[in-house]
Design a protein around this ligand. Sequence first.
Ligand code: SF4
Length: 79
Amino acid sequence: MNSPKRLQLYETPEIAVTFDPEVCIHAGACVRGLPTVFDTHRKRWIRPEQASPEEVAAQVERCPSGALQYRLKNAQNDS
Ligand code: SF4
């Protein structure tokens, strides 16, 4: 009732993707750009494991509204 739509979290061991439904403007860039990962027909509509973390990150950066955000988990693998 009085609960706003919640932030959604989708993650793999490599990357965490968050989606804020209140911010999304439904521009559809995510679904068009990487349809294997972003598919609104599924209940769990973001599946970051379906592409490389780099591909997912690049697509998240193209979200025009900022509804999608990501965090790479293994950023400390410097040689
Ligand atoms: S790209 Fe961003 S604003 Fe567009 S539909 Fe996807 S989450 Fe929403």
